[in-house]
Design a protein around this ligand. Structure first.
Ligand code: C5P
Length: 400
């Protein structure tokens, strides 16, 4: 696992002699864990063949803007959506100028216009072209638009000049690309997360459950994946799409969730219990649909296993994190939970405030752990998930 694990990089190659280094750059990006697709401008194909870059990237190289075959498979909009980062290396003076002016005359510039992801440029050109006021002003404008500019480096140039304008070497570019993502925090680690409600069957058509949306657990799974972790999400039934690049295991009951969790935590570094597990289940499940023969009906319930406490009680346990949803005495109950369940961290939220928590997009939490507690402000669950993963990665680091 490298600094680019789980990342999708669209490598844009423009026309310049440094295009020959793109082949090695693909290898360096892949070596750091990225999946690479390549888009070439027509001028780039004069310097290196698409076949070479296709063979190295393991994916078809995209060349044409108006290509009916590509539009049916990966056209410019799909490519723009696919990428986590567009890295243009080498970036010629001409391409930089066109990008700066928002032109979309070829596939690569159109993908850049259509994309919301980070764009990084590795300029490569003769030193006088680099120093020219036009190029410098274009680069400044692109920097102001939050594009990353990698290099250029100093040294011998293909034209015989010595100076600034060489493309940064491929290994350095791969490192710079990794630094763009605040990731790598959990490289090589395995994170197991439970999410959503459980369903406890009464008969073949009825069950006991709750309103958990699963949003917090799903956001945590995405954040863990983005931090480089091999991520497993054990989920009860929810209305959310399985996160990309995460292994999602669908379960229904608490007992099934426990079984999947015990199997997955054997080699895990972190276990996060974000599921709203039903505390009780019917003592027996009727084989046939229960008939409404009587005016009253009593259902006997038995306690479900406590999944997070079971994991925390294992001899070889991962760093274990639980949630506490409380309507009063938040800090007190969360601290009790931390001790009783033998957890490393409890993420506590006050569910008496209905604008946050359970089914909402926002959440405000208190982090309860041995030593000092930390209150975080109200924020979107996705942003909170990133903050929590950062905090948990920090705990893992100090635990070892
Ligand atoms: O005890 P309580 O249900 O309030 O604890 C909440 C925390 O414990 C959550 O992290 C939840 O996912 C976890 N839990 C569990 N198994 C249960 C009940 C709760 O893992 N049976």
């Amino acid at each position: 696992m490298g600094s680019l694990s789980n990342k999708r990089i669209l490598l844009g190659v423009t026309g310049g002699i440094a295009a020959y280094k793109s082949a090695e750059l693909i290898r360096c990006l892949q070596g750091a864990g990225a999946e690479v697709r390549v888009v070439m401008t027509p001028a780039a194909t004069e310097f290196i063949t698409p076949l070479t870059l296709q063979a190295l990237s393991g994916n078809p190289v995209s060349l044409e803007l108006l290509d009916t075959a590509a539009e049916a498979a990966m056209g410019h909009i799909e490519l723009a959506r696919w990428a986590d980062l567009i890295l243009i290396a080498p970036a010629s003076a001409d391409f930089i100028a066109r990008l700066c002016h928002g032109e979309g005359g070829d596939l690569l510039s159109t993908v850049c216009l259509a994309s919301h992801c980070t764009i990084a440029l590795a300029p490569a050109m003769n030193k006088h072209m680099w120093e020219s006021p036009a190029t410098q002003s274009n680069v400044q404008q692109l920097r102001a638009q939050d594009l990353a500019i990698f290099g250029p480096a100093m040294g011998y140039q293909a034209c015989g000049d010595i100076g600034e304008g060489r493309m940064e070497d491929p290994a350095t570019l791969a490192t710079m690309a990794g630094d763009l993502f605040n990731c790598g925090l959990l490289n090589g680690k395995k994170v197991v997360i439970t999410a959503g409600p459980t369903r406890e069957a009464l008969d073949p058509v009825r069950y006991i459950s709750n309103h958990s949306s699963g949003k917090m657990g799903y956001a945590l799974a995405t954040a863990a994946m983005e931090a480089g972790a091999t991520t497993v999400l054990i989920s009860g039934p929810v209305q959310l799409a399985p996160p990309e690049r995460v292994t999602t295991i669908a379960i229904e009951s608490a007992e099934q969730m426990l079984e999947a969790a015990l199997q997955e935590v054997e080699d895990a570094d972190i276990f996060i219990a974000a599921a709203a597990v039903a505390d009780y289940r019917p003592a027996s499940v009727a084989v046939q649909k229960i008939k409404k023969n009587n005016d009253e009906m009593l259902i006997q319930l038995v306690k479900n296993p406590d999944i997070v406490a079971t994991v925390a009680g294992l001899a070889k346990r991962p760093l274990t994190v639980g949630f506490a949803a409380e309507t009063e005495n938040l800090e007190y109950y969360a601290t009790q939970k931390l001790r009783k369940k033998n957890l490393d961290l409890v993420i506590a939220n006050d569910v008496s405030d209905t604008s946050i928590g359970f089914n909402s997009d926002d959440n405000r939490v208190l982090l309860v752990q041995a030593g000092a507690n930390t209150a975080l402000p109200t924020m979107n669950k996705n942003l909170l998930a990133h903050k929590l993963i950062e905090h948990i990665a920090g705990l893992l680091k100090t635990a070892h």
